[in-house]
Design a protein around this ligand. Structure first.
Ligand code: G4P
Length: 523
């Protein structure tokens, strides 16, 4: 059977507090993957109780790890990739977004587009990832729908197409009207939730509708929806899939409004596995042999086992358990005997997986973020960059006998993409680099909890790092020889220029026009 069109691999992007956790839980609940709302949070707490290093997650109330949840509905398999929500984790999040075919953008109806939503949106735009918008919390007082739609259109430069419309918000909330199916989801009972029975009408002039909602509600709904249908783009699946138009659903994750519609929209409109950028040519899901790439590595998911899981996005072929795949650059094929598919409640052993699926591969450090895995070793996926760190620190070890453990820990975390590590050409102090402040806290907490290494961080004599290269190796060598005190190697032994100030980067790049100074390095 051809499974290339029945996978929906997506992520939810949002600003903290917009309702991502609640919506995730409801999607899994409606998708039949969990049986009680509340399990996602409960699961999170269990996990926290078991795992020391997630203390930070607990303290800061943010999600540091990203996981994969799979559910099946109406003959489709949905793979939901959870992205860490905090702004400091943009690098990790970026990589997760390289592994999805579409995204759901959750916006708080009272707040509109917030900083983190916007950042994550920009990442999606880089790869033309199609976006469905969910305006959440319409059961509470929010901003007028027109204001929200215009904000999305203006700030994100996207065509917007309202698919549903809220009948009032907050204390005036009377439900959500589906503009295409002409159905109304109404709040019921003391909790004012949606109980799952959408009422069908013959359009807004149906007398039944007038008997169902208040006359004020109906008048506003008619006026607003007429304006909305005339004033915004109509739905065009091609424009959506090209990332130029976003269909907008109004709803309430907490009270179940709009959740079923969102799943249906993902099923109907969201693309299945998209071709992935690669060399020598993009890989389409129809390609018969197995290819995939590692977008995340997570160590010590279970503190009792020093295993690490590499998360692979399958891009083509039918993966079968026991199959041998070759990681790029390592040469040796490895047999994958115990792949893991991530279902909501437990890890299950995967026998087969298809393009769009995510497979967890337990390993002892062989697999790295950015690795291509393939049967024939004749392809390399591109576009998983390393970002130049914005914060550099020198690691000071309190107990000098722990040097080996420290190196191991830093290497592990560099491999996971938590931090980057640089080895200066002169001197023995390791320099670590991160994109955001919070990663430093994660680093220290994990050094202590997992590796029993007591270390502190000191200011580094550098402010920024650039990967250097040149067409003629002689030019690069000349530059490196003259700047030895500012040179370091990254974990893969690539040369890195450590600059004292950003100004220095400009200065040296003017002086050495044949040398390229890159702020990202593609793996
Ligand atoms: P996040 O993962 O995006 O950070 O958001 P999360 O789902 O944790 O939701 C943030 C807060 O917003 C939670 O309240 C949650 O209950 C609430 N919320 C989410 N969706 C809706 C909605 O549709 N309507 C309303 N009215 N509230 C919503 P909290 O008080 O911070 O957490 P909790 O103690 O209630 O769990």
């Amino acid at each position: 059977m051809n499974h290339t069109s029945d996978r929906r691999t997506f992520a939810i992007i949002s600003h903290p507090d917009a309702g991502k956790t609640t919506l995730t839980e409801k999607l899994l609940y409606f998708g039949g993957a969990i049986h009680l709302a509340g399990e996602v949070k409960a699961r999170g707490q269990n996990r926290r109780a078991r795992s020391d290093w997630m203390k930070i997650e607990q303290q800061r109330g943010i999600s540091v790890t990203s996981s994969v949840m799979t559910f099946e509905k109406d003959g489709l398999t949905f793979n939901l990739l959870d992205t860490p929500g905090h702004e400091d984790f943009s690098e990790d999040t970026y990589r997760t977004l390289t592994a999805v075919d579409s995204a759901v953008m959750v916006i708080d109806a009272a707040r509109g587009i917030e900083a983190q939503t916007r950042k994550l949106f920009e990442v999606c735009r880089l790869r033309s990832v199609p976006i469905i918008t969910f305006v959440n919390k319409v059961d509470r007082e929010g901003r007028p729908p027109f204001e929200l739609l215009d904000e999305i259109a203006d700030m994100l430069q996207l065509d917007v197409c309202p698919m549903s419309w809220p009948v009032g918000m907050g204390s005036d909330f009377e439900g959500v009207y589906d503009l295409h199916a002409n159905t109304l989801s109404q709040p019921e009972g003391p909790s004012r939730e949606f109980m799952g029975r959408a009422i069908p009408f013959d359009g807004m002039d149906d007398p039944k509708l007038a008997a169902t909602i208040t006359s004020a509600g109906l008048a506003t709904l008619k006026d607003e929806s007429e304006l909305a249908m005339g004033g915004y783009a109509s739905f065009d699946v091609e424009a959506y899939r090209a990332g130029d138009l976003t269909p907008v659903y109004f709803g309430s994750a907490l009270k179940d409004f709009g959740v079923a519609e969102l799943i249906a929209a993902l099923g109907q409109h969201a693309p299945g596995p998209r071709p992935q950028p690669a060399e020598p040519a993009a890989v389409t899901p129809e390609r018969p042999d197995v290819t995939g790439f590692i977008f995340k590595v997570q160590a010590n998911m279970d503190p009792n086992h020093r295993d690490r899981i590499a998360f692979m996005r399958l891009c083509s072929g039918t993966f079968k358990r026991g199959m041998k795949l070759t990681p790029t650059g390592h040469g040796k094929p490895i047999a994958i005997h115990s792949p893991i598919l991530f279902f909501a409640q437990n890890r299950e052993l995967a026998d087969e997986a298809f393009p769009g699926d995510i497979i967890g591969i337990p390993n002892h450090g062989t697999l790295r973020v950015g690795d291509t895995m393939s049967e024939r070793a004749d392809v390399r996926f591109t576009g998983l960059p390393n970002f130049a760190p914005e914060i550099l620190r020198r690691v000071a070890l309190k107990d000098p006998t722990k040097t080996k453990q420290l190196r191991k820990a830093l290497d592990d975390m560099a491999e996971e993409g938590v931090t980057q590590v640089f080895y200066p050409e002169i001197g023995s102090n390791l320099i670590i680099g991160v994109v955001g402040q919070l990663q430093l806290e994660v680093l220290l907490s994990r050094l202590d909890a997992e590796y029993k290494v007591d270390a502190g961080l000191e200011m580094a004599p550098y402010d920024t790092a650039r990967w250097v290269s040149a067409e003629d190796p002689a030019d690069l060598k000349a530059f490196m020889d003259l700047n030895r005190s500012s040179m370091a190697k990254d974990r893969d032994a690539n040369p890195v220029y450590m600059a004292k100030t950003a100004w220095d980067v400009g200065y040296v790049s003017d002086r050495y026009p044949k040398v390229k100074f890159a702020a990202t390095r593609e793996r």
